[in-house]
Design a protein around this ligand. Structure first.
Ligand code: ATP
Length: 246
């Protein structure tokens, strides 16, 4: 499959009678970095989890190159990878770093000659060689996130889904490398969606911004046209005022 286009078609997810996301319609083209913005509870993580195939939709659908994403569509799920905000702590409790990486490479059928060297290079670049042999629970949050990043970089699925990467405990060098890789991935035709509560992240990094408010898409536009809280119509003011620094 070449780089896919993603279509949200009236996508919705309901948890025990409450809609976390509803009526979502959007198209994301290959080569796009998309910032998903919204205050706490807006529906950002739900959107990313649905797109990763971690959860089934309750209504509508998400098409990845014409095929509906769903948890059992393993071939389609391999087109995307989600690093969520539990990536660090969960992995720290449940698995050793190198074993996690092997599992990721295996799950994404990405094994190839020389991949060990690529992994070793990333350990060095990301300054995590010291945790190479760490047992579960021995890594910091940022170190665990870096190990997950290595899995993303070496498997390189078409769609990168990063839930709150700016709160993942990365140091300046780790963040710079992640941002460089995001840009390179999009330049090569891939898609990156990241969530954030800060419009400045979208203005700095994204080609497109989706603003969610209480499970609804309130704004979909290029980040430069994202208004500041003072300039917005009343419906959007509440969204932007709930976000971080303008
Ligand atoms: N597994 C779940 N069970 C029940 N309700 C859920 C579940 N996951 C999310 N929700 C609810 O769905 C809504 C959207 O949650 P979501 O995690 O998508 O928001 P978010 O924008 O990522 O928030 P935050 O910035 O706080 O991480 C919230 O009201 C939340 O309580």
């Amino acid at each position: 499959m070449s780089s896919p286009t993603i279509h949200f078609e009236n996508t919705g997810r309901n948890f025990r009678g409450k809609w976390a996301l509803r009526g979502m319609n959007a198209t994301i083209s290959p080569g796009t970095i998309c910032g998903v913005l919204g205050a706490n509870g807006a529906g950002k993580s739900t959107l990313l989890r649905l797109l990763a195939g971690w959860l089934p939709v309750s209504e509508g659908r998400i098409l990845v190159d014409e095929s509906p994403m769903r948890p059992t569509a393993i071939h389609l799920r391999r087109q995307a990878m989600l690093l969520d905000d539990a990536t660090g702590p969960t992995k720290r409790e449940n698995g050793a770093s190198v074993q996690d990486l092997c599992d990721t490479i295996d799950n994404y059928q990405a094994d190839r000659p020389g991949i060990e060297n690529e992994v070793a290079d990333w350990f060095e670049k990301l300054d995590v060689i010291s945790v190479y042999k760490s047992r579960p629970g021995e890594m910091s949050k940022g170190q665990a996130y870096k190990i997950a990043m290595i899995g993303l970089f070496v498997t390189a699925p078409h769609v990168w889904l990063l839930d709150e990467p700016f709160s993942a405990g990365l140091d300046a060098s780790g963040l710079r490398i992640l941002e460089e890789q995001m840009a390179q991935h999009a330049a090569a035709g891939g898609i990156v969606l990241f969530s954030s509560q800060w419009p400045e992240h979208a203005r700095r990094l994204a080609d497109w911004a989706l603003v969610l408010h209480e499970g609804s898409l309130e704004w979909s536009a290029t980040p430069e046209t994202l208004p500041t809280a003072k300039e917005t119509p009343p419906s959007l003011q509440a969204v932007l005022q709930g976000l971080g620094p303008q």
